[in-house]
Design a protein around this ligand. Structure first.
Ligand code: ADP
Length: 554
């Protein structure tokens, strides 16, 4: 531990809370710049809402939410409208202060007029959300799931999900919300930090019982009741991938600002905690994402009144140790080195094989080449190339640099349990890539940010974007461009998102982009309008780059 910093470079830096060290020039850091800001309740709701505007069906795993105070009038109006159209609808809402955690300041209401407006909203922005009234119950109790997700890389996107997680139980039997029970936190909120204070909390050494269990134990129970556990897992995987797809555009803006491309800097990875609630019909709903999930494997026990002791918690240990161990295995710098050598060996081997097949015709050589080809297939299948013979002097030299590691035990991973982290992206990229529209809008935004280190676009940058992408014409003059810029930027800045820099933030740019897309491609659905405008812009920028390249050569 280096609480006051460390000068010697490291392979891996493990920061406690968030990415905070701009003096790291190499290695890997366990936090992404901007992640803490991105998963705050308001920012996450906004990012998901943008995706819901584009793909409402794909993003219906997040409860309908409104941002307070700015959307309070909208919240009141929409609820009134929905009640008018369906008088039998008796909703409950949950109000969550922005930046809060561990259930802090959360309360339930039945009507928008119950929001505690007395000063608190103005001083503390919040999200108000439709309350999921019919959660899945186990032993008559409400519970949520904490799943660990490794974002291994942002570009290219690499996501892993831990095969097991935690289920955190309420400590009072669940009843659907009524005015009488709304305030009963042990019935409605699953936070461990709250329920631990209930007299009913059960610490158990068994992962199948108690107030904190493994998720796999719940799955076993569901499966024995005949539930389609495979479908549940695939819904959870898709929820995780879609949520990360909603977060990546802004994360990329933060990333280029803290770690500019082309300058020495670390790469980042991060373990995220996903909080998920299962509905009665087994549909998983996203509650929130935690950028700094607790990795404690102990809990406090009161030995005698006022005397506490930390004792091991087998459930936490079972899940969390595996997550940290496998994260380190996946980001292991030595592993990358070994992989590179494996690739070199395959290339060298393939060259030898190619030479043999094409260069020699006699029977003996043909036989030899057949043997080589079988061997190559075998090694490729095995994923291990240790037994490959050295093939040429040059290659031998390259390989020898790492020989000691190679000749050591078969693999440093031998003897370790199989990975608990399962890759889901790029594995399932094909199914989800069509959702990554805002990512492409963010790439345009970043291109026009100009000076590195900023996260906001100035008026000149916006004008250059319009001009280079050939978006202005007789019906959309440069004066209208300026008005669009000023209108949207002013509104976003008045929402108090970030006053540190002036200019247009990514969310404001996305709004302006959607506006332009709607104007240009009137009759299409929004996601097609946006996709068409992105194609249009990317095409004109590619033509421009090509021209510049030719001019440069000239
Ligand atoms: P915190 O960061 O304070 O833990 P959460 O968003 O996780 O805030 O909410 C706290 C708890 O409230 C959750 O663990 C869950 O039990 C409950 N909860 C939150 N949102 C909803 C919702 N929309 N419907 C039902 N229960 C919810």
């Amino acid at each position: 531990q280096f609480p006051f910093g460390r000068r010697l470079p490291c392979d891996i830096y493990w920061h406690g809370v968030s990415f905070h060290d701009n003096d790291i020039f190499s290695g890997q850091v366990n936090k992404f710049p901007g992640m803490t800001e991105m998963v705050r309740k308001i920012t996450l709701s906004r990012a998901v809402r943008t995706m819901q505007d584009l793909f409402p069906l794909e993003y219906n795993f997040y409860p309908r939410s409104w941002i307070l105070p700015e959307e309070f009038p909208l919240f009141v109006a929409e609820v009134r409208m929905m009640k008018d159209s369906d008088p039998s609808w008796k909703p409950t809402f949950i109000v969550k202060p922005d930046g809060g955690c561990q259930g802090d300041g959360i309360y339930l209401i039945k009507d928008p007029s119950d929001i505690r407006l007395t000063g608190s909203i103005q001083s503390r922005p919040a999200v108000v959300q439709e309350y999921i009234c019919k959660p899945l119950l186990v032993d008559k109790l409400k519970f949520d799931i904490r799943l660990y997700v490794l974002l291994k890389s942002l570009e290219p996107l690499e996501i892993y999900i831990a095969k097991d997680g935690l289920s955190r139980f309420c400590t009072e039997p669940y009843q659907e919300p009524t005015l009488k029970n709304l305030h009963q936190v042990f019935m409605h909120l699953t936070n461990y930090s709250l329920n631990i204070h209930s007299g009913n909390f059960i610490h158990s050494d068994n992962v199948n019982t108690g107030s904190k269990r493994t998720f796999s134990s719940i799955l076993c129970r569901l499966s024995s009741r005949g539930a389609d556990v495979k479908k549940l897992w695939s819904d959870i995987i898709s929820l995780v991938i879609k949520t990360i797809i909603a977060l990546t555009p802004e994360l990329k803006v933060y990333y280029q600002s803290d770690i500019p491309a082309g300058k020495p800097g670390p790469t980042c990875f991060q373990i995220l905690g996903f909080d998920i609630l299962l509905m009665k019909n087994l549909k998983p709903m996203l509650l929130e994402v935690n950028a700094n999930p607790s990795m404690r494997i102990e809990h406090e026990q009161e030995l005698s009144p006022g005397v506490f002791e930390n004792v091991p918690s087998p459930v936490d240990e079972e899940v969390k140790v595996a997550v940290i161990r496998d994260t380190l295995r996946l980001v292991d710098p030595q592993k990358k080195k070994r992989k590179d050598v494996q690739v070199l060996r395959v290339i060298a081997f393939s060259i030898q094989y190619h030479n043999l097949v094409h260069g020699m015709k006699d029977k003996q050589h043909k036989h030899h080449s057949l043997k080589l080809s079988l061997k190559l297939k075998f090694y490729l299948k095995l994923g291990s190339f240790q037994a490959l013979e050295p093939v040429s002097e040059a290659n031998e030299e390259l390989l020898d640099a790492d020989r000691p590691e190679y000749d050591a035990p078969r693999s440093p991973e031998a003897g370790l349990p199989s990975l608990c982290l399962k890759q889901v992206f790029p594995k399932y990229a094909k199914q989800f890539n069509y959702l990554r529209l805002v990512d492409r809008v963010a790439a345009l935004f970043i291109r026009f940010l100009g000076v590195k280190g900023t996260t906001k676009l100035g008026p000149t940058g916006f004008r250059t974007f319009i001009r280079n992408c050939k978006l202005s014409n007789s019906s959309f003059s440069m004066a209208s461009v300026d008005i669009l810029y000023i209108d949207i930027t002013r509104r976003w800045n008045s929402m108090g998102v970030d006053h540190k820099e002036s200019g247009m933030c990514l969310q404001a740019f996305v709004e302006a982009f959607f506006c332009l897309a709607q104007k240009k491609y009137k009759s299409l659905p929004l996601h097609e309008q946006v996709a068409s405008l992105i194609d249009f812009c990317e095409y004109h920028l590619a033509v421009l780059d090509e021209k510049r390249l030719v001019c440069g050569r000239g």
